[in-house]
Design a protein around this ligand. Structure first.
Ligand code: ZN
Length: 486
């Protein structure tokens, strides 16, 4: 097959992977109302092919964009309560990928993707990582099983012509130390993955006596998905590393809802979705200037798994006014799941506000390692500091109590109390499967197949074991103290 066979054009200038894709995702963007209505009508018709929507949409038509509000919501419980096939809207021959969400809040939910769907979603990644084309090196730390971002990034990098280093974070044989070595030796330009990666890698580097701001001059950006970063999360990581941090908001079942611009604002992909913001109590659409509502997303044109009025359960706040980046789409702050709202007495605290307030304070002493324990007496905020003696816990307690409106007690700890440094620098060695072990020679000796695959104690020394024991005893007494006095 040649480029001309696919209608791509471009000849030798195209990255090789381009020829497998039509390159027409851009034609399917729906910016104006007429195009959006056209794509919405396609979506509703396509959805009728999925068993779960066949009855729900019977007799319902969409003549205007406003008619969407008359269609039923799709809840996460619908996805969990049916077999995955109930949401498949196209023939199985057209399915390229099947994914599932992590399942952190119960049963995982499915995500079917046709080639056309993948191509459109890659368009989002292409725009998000636009400058990482030929000559740029992208390390992909998204887990390859089972959510979708790893494969989207991989394909997007191939299409853009960059160099991919696939090092899924949930694998035995690429631990944090190996990642640091690769960042340095391969001159990596961008790391994609889950947000706490930046903190765990920094802590590992500190253990090794490295300063991450100086050690990786090629590193230009982190591109994170999987959780939302508040401005101070993002800012503290950028302070640590001296590079930019980008954020993607979306889900396996729905797709990439928003990506951050150069000003750090999350812009909704209104060319691929119709978004509604509804009252979490009444589920009625909110006015444009309403402070906070639940995001509802309808895909514009997904072939394998169109989603009609998907009730994300995520509380969002629309940022007022236009963004300096010039994007015509709305920018939002994602405040967390409605179900994760922390209620204390008559006060409600969102995860977003809790993390933002804590980090605004901890950034003053260059820390972003913290953990919050909620007890009947209030919030216990445990914070690591490089020089704990110089940080006033009582001042932190007063400040956070004042800002959050709930009783807060701060505990300032030395480094290594909230992140186990021993586990950061140890990872099991993983070997190729083998069926023979020669015990006569000075080589690694094993006695069964399992022993041949993984060496769990490969890098653990007596010192590490002692550190782990001390940590275990400390954690035990800390837990006991928190239960009594938390
Ligand atoms: Zn912007």
């Amino acid at each position: 097959m040649t480029d001309s066979d696919t209608g791509n054009g471009g000849g030798d200038t195209l990255p090789p992977a381009r020829k497998y894709f039509s390159g027409t995702a851009g034609d399917r963007l729906a910016w104006d109302d007429a195009a959006r209505l056209d794509r919405l009508q396609y979506t509703v018709d396509q959805a009728r092919g999925a068993p779960v929507y066949k009855d729900r949409l019977q007799g319902l038509k969409v003549h205007t964009l406003e008619d969407l509000a008359s269609l039923p919501f799709t809840f996460k419980s619908d996805l969990k309560g049916h077999p995955a096939e109930a949401f498949l809207a196209c023939p199985k021959e057209k399915v390229w990928h099947f994914h599932e969400s992590f399942g952190t809040t119960g049963s995982p939910v499915p995500g079917w993707y046709s080639l056309d769907d993948i191509e459109v979603e890659i368009d989002v990644i292409d725009r998000w990582l636009a400058e990482f084309g030929p000559g740029k090196v992208v390390m992909n730390r998204y887990p390859y099983a089972f959510p979708v971002p790893a494969q989207l990034v991989e394909t997007a990098v191939r299409l853009m012509g960059g160099t991919l280093i696939p090092t899924s974070n949930m694998t035995y044989n690429v631990g944090f130390m190996r990642v640091l070595r690769l960042l340095e030796q391969r001159s990596v330009n961008v790391v994609t993955g889950m947000p706490l990666e930046a903190i765990l890698l920094k802590e590992t580097a500190l253990q090794l006596g490295m300063n991450v701001r100086d050690a990786f001059p090629s590193l230009e950006a982190f591109a994170f998905a999987g959780r939302i970063l508040t401005p101070s999360w993002k800012g503290s990581m950028e302070d640590d590393w001296g590079c930019t941090v980008r954020n993607l908001y979306g889900c396996t079942e729905g797709g990439p809802f928003a990506t951050s611009c150069e000003h750090g604002h999350l812009h909704l992909h209104e060319q691929f979705f119709v978004f509604e913001i509804v009252d979490p109590e009444t589920r009625q659409p909110l006015l444009e200037d309403a402070p906070v509502g639940t995001l509802v997303a309808t895909t514009l044109g997904r072939e394998a798994q169109p989603m009609i009025r998907y009730y994300t359960d995520d509380l969002v706040r629309v940022r007022p006014g236009p963004c300096p980046c010039g994007s015509p789409t709305r920018a939002i702050e994602v405040l967390g799941r409605a179900g994760d709202l922390i209620k204390f007495g008559s006060t409600e605290v969102t995860n977003f506000d809790l993390e933002e307030e804590i980090l605004q304070w901890t950034r003053e002493f260059q820390s972003n390692v913290f953990f919050v324990i909620i007890t009947s007496r209030g919030f216990l905020v445990r914070v690591e500091a490089r020089e704990p003696g110089k940080v006033s816990a009582s001042e932190g307690s007063r400040r956070l109590t004042d800002r959050l409106g709930v009783p807060v007690r701060v505990e300032v700890l030395p480094r290594g109390q909230l992140i186990n440094h021993v586990s950061l620098v140890t990872s099991p060695a993983v070997f190729k499967p083998r069926t023979v072990s020669d015990h006569r020679v000075e080589k690694r000796k094993v006695i069964n197949l399992s022993g041949g695959l993984i060496d769990w104690w490969a890098e653990v020394t007596v010192k590490h074991v002692l550190q782990l024991m001390v940590k275990g005893v400390r954690d035990f007494f800390a837990g006991w103290r928190i239960r009594l006095f938390g």
